[in-house]
Design a protein around this ligand. Structure first.
Ligand code: NDP
Ligand code: HSE
Length: 438
């Protein structure tokens, strides 16, 4: 049978990795897909640029719409990124009756509802495994492997750049900016790296995971997002003294009143496997009612790990090219007419425990004032560390771990604590999750 012709949009980190994997493993991939797969056309901004892959035999163009409209191309692989040009290209590809594979989480999180509806109407597939957690097949695991479960919650380290930065800061005492530059050079970071460090990229991915876990439409705007730029080496050190690690987690949780959807730095007990996921590695912990906790681990970014997921999607598409569109695995795991309208909760309604750090005057009665304010909000304290002031300093660091409380109550308590004359600067607050099975 004639090989399937693939049109690639983008020849950067992931595009280059995809060409390399498809070429190197061509025979093995053809044995799996049932026919050969060839990249015949590709678009990039600068077609004379040196690439990480061999582009001989591929027809290159600077106009991605040429690829999308080429009648010989059956599958479009979108690896340009961003949510404007990529959106136009994907919609055009669908209109032209082409199947689409993408690694673009921003595109799916923001425009996925519309894209999937268009694809459904046209009877084509849009596959996006590489959009979440790089090389980990987490979409397939939740959408297919866990289809018998009611998913209760999931929590993941789903940004490789951020985890790489936190790990290097902790293990080697390196500066934030210096590590970020290295992550960019290694091809891990987004075109705009604030997406990585401010949690936007993780929120895109969490939005996708929540939809396939809970059967809700994609709602990126409802996700709470907090980055890692304010984490200090002191916080990392105090967390360790308390038996915790700080990780940038995406958490989606089903509760009685709605769904929590939040990305923020989080203290997690160091004994949890996920607390020991370092560098560019990602991990997603999923709690299903039947299976219990399952953990998925692997490289979260990089050319070939991401290509691994892109190529798996291409193989999936090739396998179903001739099958009945009505009987394929639904894009968002649940049948499109069976999505639920369960609300996403406001962050004020979320309940977690907290790590608090404050600079306090070294005087009697200060701690009593703080604990009274917390007590008035019904917040109980699990642990306190008080550090002596440094020799030339007047203030002592006070670190507290609290039990679980509603975020609104903690906001009110922090606002009152910050008005005390004896408390200096802002109170640092990091949420704490035990991630236990119960
Ligand atoms: P790169 O910046 O490395 O590559 C982007 C490619 O798109 C480049 O080849 C670029 O061309 C091309 N391109 C950009 N604009 C145009 C245009 N107007 N017309 C034609 N071509 C264009 O990005 P990545 O490979 O890192 O990322 C691609 C996608 O994959 C993004 O959505 C990203 O979020 C996602 N992703 C990335 C991962 C990673 O580890 N890097 C992991 C998982 C997902 P040129 O090279 O000539 O500039
Ligand atoms: N910038 C992303 C990350 C790429 O660092 O996780 C993978 O999605």
């Amino acid at each position: 049978m004639k090989p399937v012709q693939v049109g690639l949009l983008g020849l950067g980190t992931v595009g280059g990795g995809t060409v390399n994997v498809l070429k190197r493993n061509a025979d093995e991939i053809a044995r799996r897909a049932g026919r050969g797969i060839e990249v015949t056309h590709a678009a990039a901004r600068d077609i004379s640029k040196q690439r990480i892959c061999d582009t001989s035999g591929i027809q290159l163009t600077t106009d991605p719409f040429e690829v999308v409209s080429n009648p010989e191309v059956q599958i479009i692989v979108e690896l340009i990124g961003g949510d404007s040009l990529a959106y136009e290209l994907v919609i055009k590809a669908i209109e032209n009756g082409k199947h689409v594979v993408t690694a673009n989480k921003a595109l799916i999180a923001k425009h996925g509802n519309e894209i999937f509806a268009a694809a459904q109407k046209k009877g084509v597939m849009v596959a996006f495994e590489a959009a979440v957690a790089g090389g980990i097949p987490i979409i397939k695991a939740i959408r297919e492997g866990l289809a018998g479960n009611e998913i209760q919650w999931l929590a993941g380290i789903i940004n490789g750049t951020g985890n790489f930065i936190l790990t290097e800061m902790r293990d080697k005492g390196r500066d934030f900016d210096d590590v970020l530059k290295e992550a960019q050079a290694l091809g891990y970071a987004e075109a705009d790296p604030t997406f990585d460090v401010e949690g936007i990229d993780a929120a895109h991915k969490l939005t996708i995971l929540a939809s396939i876990a809970f059967g809700i439409p994609l709602q990126f705007d409802a996700a709470y997002t907090e980055g890692i730029t304010k984490i200090t080496r002191d916080d990392v050190g105090y967390a360790e003294q308390l038996g915790y690690r700080i990780k940038h987690l995406g958490i989606a949780k089903r509760t009685q009143s709605g769904i929590e959807l939040r990305v923020h730095p989080t203290l997690i007990p160091e004994r949890r496997l996920i607390a020991n996921v370092d560098g560019v590695m990602n991990a997603v912990l999923v709690m299903g009612d039947a299976v219990g906790p399952t953990l998925y681990y692997g490289a979260g970014a990089g050319d070939e790990p991401t290509a691994s997921a892109v190529v798996a999607d291409i193989v999936d598409v090739v396998r179903v090219l001739t099958s009945d569109p009505e009987n394929r695995v639904p894009h968002l795991a649940f049948q499109p007419d069976a999505l639920s309208d369960t609300p996403i909760l406001s962050m004020n309604d979320v309940e977690t425990a907290y790590y608090l750090r404050m600079q306090a005057s070294d005087k009697p009665g200060v701690l009593a004032d703080v604990t009274r304010i917390l007590g008035d909000q019904g917040i109980s304290i699990e642990a306190i560390i008080q550090k002596e002031p440094a020799p030339d300093m007047e203030n002592a660091s006070v670190i507290m771990l609290t039990h679980k409380v509603q975020e609104q109550k903690m906001n009110d308590a922090i606002a009152q604590i910050e008005t005390l004359d004896t408390i200096h600067d802002k109170v640092t607050r990091i949420r704490v999750e035990t991630l236990s099975a119960n």
